[in-house]
Design a protein around this ligand. Sequence first.
Ligand code: HEM
Ligand code: HEM
Length: 177
Amino acid sequence: MKSNYAPLSKPTIVFHWLAGLFFLTVLGLGLYMGELPKGPAKFEIMDWHKSLGFAFLFLALARVVWRLYEGHLPSLSESHTWQDTLAKGIHVMLLLATVMMPVSGMMMSIGGGHGLDFFGAILVEGGEKIDWLGGLGHEVHEIGANLVILALLLHIAGALKHQFKNKDGLLSRMLGR
Ligand code: HEM
Ligand code: HEM
């Protein structure tokens, strides 16, 4: 299906799918790890979660810089509807979450005295607990995870409604068509 709307730039499309997939992977690992009982399997998944989450931060920051440089996506209509405003708000929330989730995770790990490592390479040595840092990181990470899941459900439902109910090709424009 061809889109009814102004096209999106190549970097916007590449960043969206690359960061989206990466983010969903780290989110999925986080949720899975939360369900596992304490033991070697949980710690192995946690290592992957933390290292991939840390690497993701750089992609998220590059994407935010691109968004700031380029501005909001071209609007869907001249008359700004409440759906437009909601979609924009959710986009901003998702962009913020892609930075806040890794940052709060790092705060939790460092504040908890575990330091920070990237697939075994030590970036911040573990040591003393810093209670306020660990506590704040934990709150933001947990509340953030729930909010981001809600935002993503609305985001994906909105995209699918446009594409398949309104048949306006909104998803197509994010696929470069
Ligand atoms: C299967 C999953 C997804 C679908 C179908 C989807 C669909 C879309 C579509 C169609 C747009 C363009 C809206 C427009 O043209 O006005 C969009 C934009 C956007 N999406 Fe998604 N999306 C998905 C996953 C994600 C994920 C996981 C994130 C966050 C990590 C995300 C964050 C964003 C953001 C921030 C925008 C605004 C443009 C930008 O800055 O990249 N999306 N999405
Ligand atoms: C894209 C980035 C990230 C996302 C989406 C994410 C998401 C999640 C989710 C969904 C959970 C499970 C929450 C729960 O059910 O209690 C979790 C837990 C956790 N995450 Fe992340 N995370 C990210 C990055 C990081 C990073 C970079 C670190 C540390 C370096 C980290 C450290 C942790 C830790 C230690 C837990 C376990 C918390 C607990 O035991 O209560 N996360 N994360």
